[in-house]
Design a protein. Structure first.
Length: 160
């Protein structure tokens, strides 16, 4: 504090947000039991992230048949981590992948039917062969966005 001014008034918005996040994290760790925090973080992983973690925790071929739904995967992760004395709070962040944020443009294109997306690709000059290679909707949408940005991005003039 400087001359009696509150700390938040002297900090930037980013510093205030960071301080708030730190306080919330500390409060969460103090109030929620470790076992429950581990369970929550294991459930927040996607199926493929959970499967990678299970393999690294050492699953046998016999056991792999029985971890086919989320509850069983989470219970297996918790059980195996306890057996191996592994701290899941430190281990789980290594398995979390960054989720891609969908833009408004992506969401609009996602609402179009497959045929409309393919027509749009043809209008942008994509060949039928290239369109056939885009087997997923995500690939089609990303290709449309790429072509649209290429089309509307001004070219650098190299003649001086």
């Amino acid at each position: 504090m400087f001359f009696g001014a509150p700390k938040w008034s002297l900090q930037s918005a980013e510093e205030n947000k960071s301080d708030m996040d730190d306080r919330l994290e500390k409060f969460y760790k103090e109030t929620v039991p470790k076992k429950e925090r581990d369970s929550i973080s294991a459930r927040n992983l996607t199926k493929t992230e959970q499967q990678k973690l299970i393999i690294d925790l050492g699953i046998t071929n016999k056991e792999i048949k029985y971890v086919n739904d989320e509850d069983r995967r989470v219970n297996f992760i918790l059980k195996r981590a306890k057996e191996k004395n592994v701290d899941l709070e430190k281990l789980i962040p290594k398995y979390e992948t960054v989720k891609e944020i969908k833009t408004d443009q992506y969401k609009k294109l996602e609402k179009l039917t497959k045929n409309k997306q393919q027509e749009m690709l043809l209008d942008l000059g994509i060949t039928n062969r290239e369109i056939k290679n885009t087997t997923t909707e995500d690939a089609r949408i990303k290709l449309i966005i790429k072509k649209l940005t290429d089309k509307y991005t001004p070219k650098q003039n190299t003649n001086k």
